[in-house]
Design a binder for this molecule. Structure first.
Ligand code: GLC
Ligand code: CA
Length: 577
């Protein structure tokens, strides 16, 4: 299942590289970061527009749908929304194949709808971060149509072409292609074009200054409308060695090493910062943090004037169908925290639109433990250092749908890989089992608003099936239950927002070798919090060498059952010491 291993690695290069020059009041903070920024303090809520709320009964979520739920979104206590792409697109990859960067996808609405959405958000004090997808465009973008029309088109160099007279170019691995081949032959000009993703997502040529300026203009177009930042899709791949040397056989197993952070990517970022970000009070967030801490620091260290944050994939990749080791999980998050303790800033996430559901991957979605383990994971995400990115629906504890039939899947790379496996005589049964756990469609089923037909998502036929658990897992019923996942999420977000120590405070792991419990403190200017998380379905003991008998319990997913030295199944407790 090489592909899915790879996609797990790559697709989570969803990164938040926020470049922003906003309020710069300094906190007297001796424990780490001293520079306050709104994007460090923000909780970012990610909305997958296609699946959030349909306003016109065509079965597809849209901007008007989001507008109608802005009060709900506000009630979560979050600060910013990251919206997956809403630009014109033929939807080969649900909007990650853009045919017009300055227009709204027909299915999602109009520019007027967009303006109302932005206003509605700003009126409520919510910021908007848009996806910037510029490693590639759609093959239906006017640039590509021009580019492929002739070898001498002024747009030819907007993309990567290899004339067939030179023979076949050296193999490049495609993440989404049915044959994994990133070169597509085009007979029109007898040449190959490069596509790291699907054939309908040709890679843009960043070596071309004209292309780079087009991108900066597009960014300014949206920033001038008042948006607050960008999440930069697949950005670590934009630079390429355009001599296209051969890579060693089998390089695709470790393709990030060859594809990510190729020089002169930092020159491009510095130029983008100079041309765009330095002129706006906006944040930039890029997907992917390269191959090492050094790469990540080179992206985000403030004095370099490139980006603000990066998503690393190491944490999100830990979850496996056969389970995962909490010791590994703790080690990874602690290592990343310490690498950025003094300089740079991290993003914290465990799920997004490229992942299956949070509780199904990292928690336990059985009826008995879905609720508590969801709350435990939310507690983790809201108490770590770094900006939390939280995916819509996880606040309800939505679960994987686990389709049995390939016909139910919509995700293009999954369908392509299914065909590939058939073509090469692969193990289809195993493939079908794997995608029940890992396919990103699990995280894309419609948002569950209430127990009415189609979960209140649409009055029509939903573009993808709705999870049958919607009759109990939905906003309306969770609103009524004071102890629901939803209300717990609001509480834990509030707790973070009210306590700088949970944002900026120093992180120290306790009881390091405990395989069941994740325990850590967060401390700032004399305020100290202890977080205790049981990652198992059994009662678990911890040994932290601290007397917590007098400590004040701030939140507990078991209604304050905390007993010294012991946690219930998936119990999560935050206390002030
Ligand atoms: C990023 C997006 C993913 C998309 C891919 C190609 O990984 O998060 O959804 O398919 O880029 O644009
Ligand atoms: Ca619609």
């Amino acid at each position: 299942m090489k592909y899915f291993k790879n996609i797990a690695v790559i697709l989570f290069f969803a990164s938040a590289l926020a470049s922003c020059n906003t309020k710069n009041k300094s906190v007297t903070n001796t424990d780490g970061d001293t520079n306050r920024k709104w994007w460090k303090e923000a909780v970012v809520y990610q909305i997958y527009p296609r699946s959030f709320k349909d306003s016109n009964g065509d079965g597809v979520g849209d901007l008007k749908g989001i507008i109608s739920e802005l009060d709900y979104i506000k009630s979560l206590g979050i600060d910013a929304i990251w919206l997956n792409p809403i630009y014109s697109s033929p939807n080969d990859d649900n909007g990650y194949d853009i045919s017009d960067y300055r227009n709204i996808m027909k299915e999602f609405g109009t520019m007027d709808d967009f303006n109302s959405l932005l206003k509605g958000m700003h009126d409520r004090g919510i910021k908007l971060v848009m996806d910037l997808v510029v490693n590639h465009s759609s093959d239906e973008h006017a640039w590509f149509k021009q580019s492929r029309s002739s070898r001498t088109s002024p747009y030819r160099d907007y993309y990567h072409w290899w004339n067939a007279d030179r023979g076949k170019p050296a193999y490049r691995y495609s993440l989404f292609d049915i044959n994994h081949d990133a070169w597509k032959y085009d007979s029109l000009t007898d040449a190959y074009y490069l596509h790291y993703f699907s054939r309908k997502q040709p890679d843009l040529n960043w070596e071309n200054p004209k292309l780079r300026n087009e991108v900066y203009d597009i960014m300014k177009f949206w920033l001038d409308k008042g948006i607050d930042g960008f999440r930069m899709d697949a950005f670590q791949f934009v630079a390429k060695d355009t001599t296209f040397p051969a890579f060693p056989a089998g390089f695709e197993k470790n393709f990030i090493k060859y594809y990510a952070m190729v020089p002169p990517i930092h020159d491009y970022l510095k130029e983008m910062n100079r041309e765009v970000f330095s002129r706006y009070n906006a944040m930039s967030v890029a997907e992917g943090a390269g191959n090492s801490f050094e790469d990540a620091h080179n992206l985000v260290d403030e004095d370099r004037k490139e980006l603000n944050m990066a998503y690393a994939f190491e944490g999100v990749d830990i979850a496996k169908p056969e389970g995962y080791s909490l010791l590994h999980f703790k080690e990874v998050f602690s290592r990343w925290d310490s690498a950025f303790a003094d300089k740079g800033w991290l993003s914290i996430y465990l799920a997004n639109h490229d992942q299956a559901r949070l509780v199904s991957r990292f928690g336990n979605d059985s009826p008995e433990f879905r609720d508590v383990s969801s709350k435990m994971l939310s507690t983790f995400l809201m108490t770590m250092r770094g900006t939390p990115y939280y995916y819509n629906g996880d606040e309800l504890g939505m679960t994987n749908i686990r389709f049995d039939k390939i016909e139910d899947y919509r995700d293009m790379p999954t369908l392509n890989e299914y065909q590939h496996q058939k073509d090469i005589g692969g193990d289809i049964k195993k493939f079908m089992e794997n995608i029940k756990f890992s396919c990103r469609d699990n995280g894309r089923t419609p948002f569950q608003w209430d127990a009415s037909g189609n979960a209140g998502f649409t009055t029509g036929n939903p573009w993808i099936k709705i999870n049958s658990d919607y009759t109990t897992v939905n906003v309306a019923s969770e609103e009524k239950d004071i102890n629901s996942c939803l209300n717990y999420f609001r509480k834990i977000v509030k707790l973070r927002k009210e306590n700088d120590a949970l944002i900026y405070g120093k992180y120290i792991m306790l009881d390091k070798d405990n395989p069941d419990v994740y325990a850590y403190t967060r401390e700032l200017n004399g305020k100290k919090f202890l977080v205790l998380l049981n990652f198992t379905s059994k009662t678990a003991k911890y040994n932290i060498g601290l007397d917590i008998s007098q400590a004040k319990i701030l939140i507990d997913n078991y209604i304050s059952l905390l007993k010294d030295g012991q946690l219930q199944a998936y119990e999560a407790v935050v206390v002030e010491l």
